[in-house]
Design a protein around this ligand. Structure first.
Ligand SMILES: [Zn+2]
Ligand SMILES: [Zn+2]
Length: 413
C-alpha cells in the first residue's frame, strides 16, 4: 500500500493553492503599504513558550497542542498560533532597541491536535499582524483599518466589525467583581458545567459561552464599557472616532471578551454573513502585558489573526489567468523549432506551453484548448521552411488563422 498523508493534514492543489497565494500576496501588499515587514518564525518552539503565553488553563494548552519530545527528550510544540513565536523573536532579537515601534506581518501553517472534521484540520493557515511598542489608540485604529482594507481588497463583502474594550487591569477588577455578583444572583444551576466552574476564576469567559442557556442568563449582565476608567474610555473613544473617520462601521459587542489577563482595552472580531450563519474571519486586540509576561520589557502590543481556510471559502470566484500561447508542432523537425520558440517567448516574459509528447494535430489542438491560451501557434513543415508560424486567435469568433514571421510572434501579445 502506498503511503498517504497524515489524518488532519491536507494537500492543496489549484484552485485552493492559487487562492492562498493570492491572499498572501495581497496581505504583503496591503500591510506593506502600512509599514509592516514580514517576520518568518520557526513552526516548532519550546512547549513552555505556549504554556506561558497562551496560558496553562486554556483548552489550547490543555488539549489541543501538537506536542512531542525530540530525540533528547526536550518537549517541543508545533505552533498552535503565531503571536507567541513573534513575541519570542521580538524579545530575543531585542528589536525594541533598534526601533521604537515594530510592525510585524507573518503568515504560515499552525497546528492543533483536535479531532479532524470538515473545516477543521490539524494543520491550518493564518495571516497575522502584530504592532509592538505603541500604546496609542491611533495604532489600534490603524491596524483595524489595515485589516478591513485587506479583507475588502481580496473581495470579501458583507463583513461586520464587532468591538469591545476590556479596560485595564484596575478597572477590569471592578468589573469582574460586579459580574461575579451578578452571576451569583442568577440560578447558577442553569449555567453549563464550564461556566459553573469558571464563573469565579474567569467570569468574563461566561459572557462568550456559546450555550443558549448561558447566553440568555447573561443577556442582562453589566457591561464592561460601563466600568472602563476615564483613561480606558478615552482610549476607546479615539479608536472609535478614527474608525468612523475612516468610514469603517463598528458594532459594539459587550460579549466580545478574551479570557487572559494580558488582554486589555481594544478587542475586535470581524464576522462574515456570507455563508449562512455568521462566521468569524479575523480577531484580535491589545495585549499590553504579554511581552513582559514572557520575560521581555514592559512593551505594549496589539495584533490580529485571520484564518485563511475560512477566507478561502468566502473569496469570490476569480477567473484563472490565461496563458498567452500554446505551440502545436506537426511534422519532421518541427518539435525542435517549437521548443526554441517556447523558450524564447517565456524569456521575453510570456506564458505558454507545448506538448513534449507530440501526438496528432487533433490531440495537440485539444491541449491548446484545454490550456485556455489566447493564441495557438502552429508550426508545420511548411511554416518551418518559410520561417513562419500560423496563428489562431483562440478567443476570436471562428478562430481565423493567419501567419506571421517566427521572429515577430511576440508582437501578437
Ligand atoms: Zn482602565
Ligand atoms: Zn456556559
Amino acid at each position: 500500500m502506498s503511503v498517504t498523508s497524515i489524518k488532519g493534514f491536507a494537500d492543496m492543489f489549484p484552485p485552493e493553492s492559487d487562492a492562498f497565494t493570492f491572499m498572501e500576496a495581497k496581505a504583503r501588499e496591503v500591510f506593506g503599504r502600512c509599514g509592516f515587514v514580514e517576520l518568518r518564525t520557526p513552526i516548532v518552539e519550546h512547549t513552555e513558550l505556549f504554556c506561558r503565553s497562551i496560558g496553562e488553563e486554556t483548552d489550547v494548552v490543555q488539549k489541543e497542542m501538537y506536542t512531542f519530545p525530540d530525540r533528547k527528550g526536550r518537549m517541543l510544540t508545533l505552533r498552535p498560533e503565531a503571536t507567541a513565536g513573534v513575541m519570542r523573536a521580538y524579545i530575543q532579537s531585542a528589536r525594541h532597541t533598534q526601533e521604537p515601534v515594530s510592525k510585524l506581518f507573518t503568515t504560515g501553517p499552525m497546528f492543533r491536535y483536535e479531532r479532524p472534521q470538515k473545516g477543521r484540520m490539524r494543520q491550518f493557515h493564518q495571516i497575522n499582524c502584530e504592532c509592538l511598542g505603541s500604546s496609542s489608540p491611533y495604532t489600534d485604529a490603524e491596524l483595524i483599518v489595515a485589516l478591513m482594507t485587506f479583507l475588502q481588497e481580496i473581495g470579501l463583502r458583507d463583513l461586520s466589525l464587532k468591538m469591545n474594550s476590556l479596560g485595564c487591569p484596575s478597572c477590569r477588577a471592578a468589573y469582574k467583581k460586579a459580574l461575579i455578583a451578578y452571576l451569583e444572583g442568577l440560578d447558577t444551576e442553569l449555567l453549563c458545567d464550564d461556566c459553573k466552574r469558571r464563573m469565579h476564576t474567569n467570569p468574563l469567559r461566561v459572557l462568550d459561552c456559546k450555550q443558549e442557556g448561558c447566553k440568555s442568563l447573561t443577556a442582562a449582565a453589566p457591561t464592561i464599557l460601563d466600568y472602563n476608567c476615564p483613561d480606558c474610555r478615552q482610549h476607546f473613544d479615539v479608536v472609535l472616532r478614527m474608525l468612523d473617520a475612516a468610514k469603517v462601521p463598528v458594532t459594539l459587542d459587550s460579549c466580545l471578551v478574551r479570557g487572559l489577563d494580558y488582554y486589555c482595552r481594544t478587542t475586535f472580531e470581524v464576522v462574515s454573513g456570507a455563508i449562512g450563519a455568521q462566521s468569524s474571519v479575523a480577531g484580535g486586540g491589545r495585549y499590553d502585558g504579554l511581552i513582559k509576561q514572557l520575560g521581555g520589557a514592559d512593551i505594549p502590543g496589539v495584533g490580529f489573526a485571520c484564518g485563511m481556510e475560512r477566507l478561502a471559502l468566502l473569496l469570490p470566484q476569480r477567473e484563472a489567468l490565461r496563458p498567452d500561447f500554446f505551440v502545436v508542432a506537426m511534422g519532421q523537425g518541427t518539435q525542435d523549432a517549437a521548443f526554441g520558440l517556447v523558450n524564447s517567448l517565456r524569456r521575453q516574459g510570456f506564458a505558454g506551453d507545448m506538448s513534449h509528447a507530440g501526438g496528432s494535430f487533433k490531440s495537440q489542438m485539444r491541449q491548446a484548448d484545454k490550456s485556455r491560451a489566447r493564441f495557438c501557434l502552429i508550426i508545420g513543415e511548411e511554416e518551418l521552411a518559410q520561417g513562419k508560424v500560423s496563428v489562431k486567435n483562440m478567443l476570436a469568433e471562428g478562430k481565423e488563422q493567419h501567419s506571421v514571421p517566427m521572429a515577430g510572434v511576440a508582437e501578437l501579445f
